[in-house]
Design a protein around this ligand. Sequence first.
Ligand SMILES: C[S@@+](CC[C@H](N)C(=O)[O-])C[C@H]1O[C@@H](n2cnc3c(N)ncnc32)[C@H](O)[C@@H]1O
Length: 194
Amino acid sequence: MSMQGIIKNSVSMARHVLNQHIRPGDTVIDATCGRGKDTLYLARLVGKTGRVLAFDIQSLAVNSTYSLLREQGWLDVVFLIKDDHINMTDHISGIVPRACVFNLGYMPGGNHTITTKPHSTIRALKNSLDSLAVDGIVSLVFYTGHPGGKEEYEAVNSYVAGLSQSKFTVIKSEFINQINSPPGLILIHKISEG
Ligand SMILES: C[S@@+](CC[C@H](N)C(=O)[O-])C[C@H]1O[C@@H](n2cnc3c(N)ncnc32)[C@H](O)[C@@H]1O
């Protein structure tokens, strides 16, 4: 892929890293499935022997994701779960995911008042880091341009900045010469159980 394709935006950068990391047969989580584009991307990476657990609190999101996966022939590897991602551990008992993807904010083309929130995002993030495999990756695309987005980003930033460096490597990238608050990316690599 060209550099333009990789660093075009935060989603393309996250996908580049996930593409290098996720192997056929892996189990991974989409914590915010929305319209299902990330879920479909993950399904293709884990392949027919893998598993994707995809969460969203909105029926509209789960239904949209269902339709996209059915149309593209990937329903068989995805478990669609209409629940708050803070409850993810209730659904993944015994499963050790190698990646968990958060795309924060509101559903594209959906109700802008239904967004991820600081408190629940941090609880879900903590749960995902606890259950993640060693060598696993969490990616978080964050938005600061909508109401509440900046506060959520600041809460997440402060939480991840405090993670133990003997257990996690954390990086953040932002597009610093673009207008309209483009989304940024946080990547967390679990390097040990501690
Ligand atoms: C930016 S969208 C996700 C976009 C999606 N990954 C895609 O490819 O289309 C954020 C989604 O998070 C969902 N969401 C908000 N709060 C949530 C929560 N507590 N648990 C699970 N999903 C949540 C929203 O309903 C929305 O669909």
